[in-house]
Design a protein around this ligand. Structure first.
Ligand SMILES: Nc1ncnc2c1ncn2[C@@H]1O[C@H](COP(=O)(O)OP(=O)(O)O)[C@@H](O)[C@H]1O
Ligand SMILES: CC(=O)N[C@@H](CCC(=O)OP(=O)(O)O)C(=O)O
Length: 251
């Protein structure tokens, strides 16, 4: 079966796309692999909120999203970050297509139980038929981390969770969560792998904080749901911290 690779570009990672990154994507495509990009953009949202004097807070790595914040999140992600990344891919020679949740109802979501987060959701379904048509046509979907409810209410979704949900739905072979750190750091150094049994301890001891929390949580969920390997790394050519089947031991 054709291999599928999902790459999530964190806000900082997408600012530093090097020729080696595109070389890797090209190699994958030449080898017949299908590539999906999911972008973040949290730090661009922060900048715009500051410019507009809107206070923003995070809880467990998720942005508390009021109605006003949601409008700004949408504006920045779909109006600013996505067209920038899509055009960088096109300039590098790829048939990239910018997509958001409403395109053929690509990503449906429901609100998180933590109602204090406001308009924040998690992806519950992915229109994989639509994505597959693009992928069969050698196109690269570039997807924004937002969802819509069945009633067409937009929700802000963490980009790692979005990427993991898409990887799960496509039963991807690999998921790269490209970020601004080379992997999960501990006092003992960079972790090469994380076992499911270690996750609770890592979180309880405070080693995993902020944006790394949704990243690790989503990675574990994706692997349990059938994604073969998740890499948390800052370079597409480096494995970083790997979460994969043989390491995910349900005790
Ligand atoms: N144990 C950890 N190892 C590495 N980074 C961590 C850890 N705990 C928290 N972090 C933080 O997670 C950040 C990456 O998450 P985030 O800022 O959301 O990035 P992105 O925008 O790429 O998703 C790192 O820059 C770091 O500050
Ligand atoms: C609910 C929630 O926190 N949504 C994120 C969506 C963007 C994102 O996740 O971007 P990065 O991957 O660059 O951090 C936010 O509002 O910042």
């Amino acid at each position: 079966m054709t291999e599928t690779i999902v790459v999530k570009l964190g806000g900082v990672a997408s600012d530093n796309l090097q020729p080696t990154f595109f070389e890797k994507i090209r190699q994958w495509q030449l080898a017949g692999k299908r590539v999906v990009i999911v972008h973040g953009g949290g730090h661009y949202i922060n900048t715009m909120l500051e410019r507009l004097d809107v206070v923003s807070t995070f809880h467990n790595g998720m942005r508390v999203t009021t109605k006003e914040t949601l409008d700004i999140v949408k504006m920045v992600l779909i109006g600013q970050v996505q067209p920038t990344i899509t055009s960088i891919f096109q300039e590098a020679g790829f048939a990239a297509v910018g997509l958001n949740a409403m395109d053929d109802r690509l990503l449906t979501a429901h609100s998180l139980k933590e109602t204090s987060l406001g308009y924040v959701g998690e992806v519950v379904s992915v229109n994989t038929d639509f994505l597959t048509q693009l992928l069969n046509n050698q196109q690269i979907p570039v997807i924004a981390p937002l969802g819509i409810t069945d009633d067409s209410q937009w929700l802000n979704v963490n980009a790692d969770q979005t990427a993991c949900a898409i990887a799960q739905s496509l039963q991807a072979d690999q998921l790269y969560l490209l970020t601004d750190v080379p992997g999960i750091k501990t006092e003992a150094g960079l972790l090469e792998t994380v076992k499911l049994a270690e996750v609770a301890d890592l979180k309880a001891t405070g080693v995993i904080k902020g944006g790394m929390l949704p990243k690790l949580n989503s990675a574990v969920t994706a692997v349990i749901a059938g994604v073969k390997q998740v890499h948390i790394t800052n370079q597409i050519n480096q494995a970083g911290t790997v979460i994969h089947h043989s390491e995910v031991l349900v005790s």
